[in-house]
Design a protein around this ligand. Structure first.
Ligand code: DP6
Length: 390
């Protein structure tokens, strides 16, 4: 059977300046710019195969083994329509190109981390979907151009089309033409960046981010100040910190911005609580680590859920992981090379925070800054020659 396919992986990203608020919900245009670190696909990634064939009768999507409806998801159809349109333009310019834009798509996607881990998977998922279809269609558009499309799937997805340190510039245009992701620095500029994901709970988050941010925009008085004044200043300060590889400045901004994001959630009515007691214990743990170490060596950040992500650099890995071993030695996620690492705390560390951290964390993921989406050989794809998931 006549079958075309392309497979790609795309990374998870964790923001250090948070996207929270839409000025246009349909096009997913944000009220402020944001900036994230792309994490390594060795540890966290979405793997997606996009295929098309003249024999397919409808667009279909399988997510982690379960078929989802394409037609009822306006976010999915927006991405697919945009990509088809670009393919149709390419076919018009090149009459010998096969008419893939007229074929239906079968898309199959899997995460290599448990959805139950409560990690935002929509960013990696939509980025992989857009990248895979763009590759299938052999589109000449750059990652930056494609970020315009991924953004419509999920805002944060636009930042997962590039490795390293990536900003999403909010733009001004009503049609969203200038609301795009840009690489601030590649992975190779600051490869020493590490991230520890402390998984707090496998429960589904209480308020989905889309609904949460809409409520914040509508009801929070603090939010306008954040969007208009605080974030623009922090975006330039963060870009400078990354360019200069200034971890203390990076960490300071990261923690402040996470705290302010959760402050505007609290200022929403009714208030939104994403952090729980364990999250707050992790905050105290990192603050205490920095205090007792005598310098800022670690930074916490939280998205729309209780999981804690801690950024640090390889230079301080022993201190950070040594302290985590004190409370998390018995949970899943330690690597072979960490076996020899001794549990230890900096002198003067107030160990009262340790119990709450050790009781509340269920799993650890140790990872680092990573690269661009990766194109995968056809035989490793998720769709077989019959056009269905393998
Ligand atoms: C807190 O990208 O999931 O993680 O655009 O509605 O799909 P939608 O929202 P989403 O929001 C992510 C919010 C955040 C902060 C961030 O990643 O910048």
């Amino acid at each position: 059977m006549e079958l075309y396919q392309a497979t790609t992986t795309a990374p998870v990203n964790i923001a250090v300046i948070k996207y929270w608020g839409k000025r246009d919900a349909k096009l997913n245009l944000p009220t402020n710019s944001s900036l994230s670190v792309t994490l390594s696909q060795d540890d966290l990634r979405a793997l997606t195969t996009a295929s098309c064939s003249p024999t397919f009768t409808e667009d279909r999507l399988w997510l982690n083994g379960v078929e989802e409806s394409v037609a009822t998801s306006s976010r999915l159809t927006a991405c697919i329509d945009n990509l088809r349109q670009l393919r149709a333009e390419l076919e018009q310019e090149n009459p010998s190109a096969p008419r893939l834009s007229t074929f239906k798509l079968h898309i199959c996607s899997e995460n290599n981390f448990p959805t139950a881990a409560g990690l935002a998977s929509s960013a990696a998922g939509f980025a992989a979907l857009v990248r895979a279809i763009a590759d299938l269609y052999q589109l000449p558009q750059s990652a930056k151009d494609l970020s315009r499309i991924a953004r419509q799937g999920s805002g944060s997805a636009c930042r997962s089309l590039m490795g390293g340190y990536v900003s999403w510039e909010m733009g001004e245009a009503d049609d969203g033409n200038d609301s795009l992701a840009e690489q601030v620095a590649p992975q190779s500029h600051w490869p020493e960046m590490r991230a520890a994901v402390l998984v707090v709970s496998a429960e589904r988050k209480t308020v989905p981010s889309t609904a949460g941010m809409q409520a914040t925009v509508a009801t929070s008085a603090l939010f306008r100040h954040r969007a208009d004044v605080v974030v623009p200043e922090r975006m330039s300060a963060m870009k400078r910190a990354i360019k200069e590889k200034d971890f203390e400045a990076f960490a300071d901004l990261t923690m402040k911005d996470s705290n302010q994001f959760h402050a505007v959630c609290l200022d929403t009515s009714p208030p939104i609580f994403y952090l729980n007691d364990t999250s707050r214990a992790c905050i105290r743990f990192v603050e205490e680590l920095n205090r007792s170490a005598g310098k800022v060596i670690a930074a916490y950040t939280y998205d729309a859920g209780p999981n804690c992500v801690i950024y640090y650099t390889v230079e301080n890995e022993e201190i950070v992981l040594g302290a985590l071993k004190k409370c998390l030695a018995n949970i899943d996620g330690w690597r072979e090379r960490d076996a020899a690492l001794a549990a230890s705390l900096p002198e003067g560390f107030d160990s009262r925070t340790l119990d709450a951290v050790s009781q509340g964390i269920t799993r650890l993921i140790l990872t680092q800054v990573g690269g661009d989406p990766v194109s995968i050989a056809q035989d490793k794809g998720l769709i077989g020659q019959d056009g269905l998931p393998k």
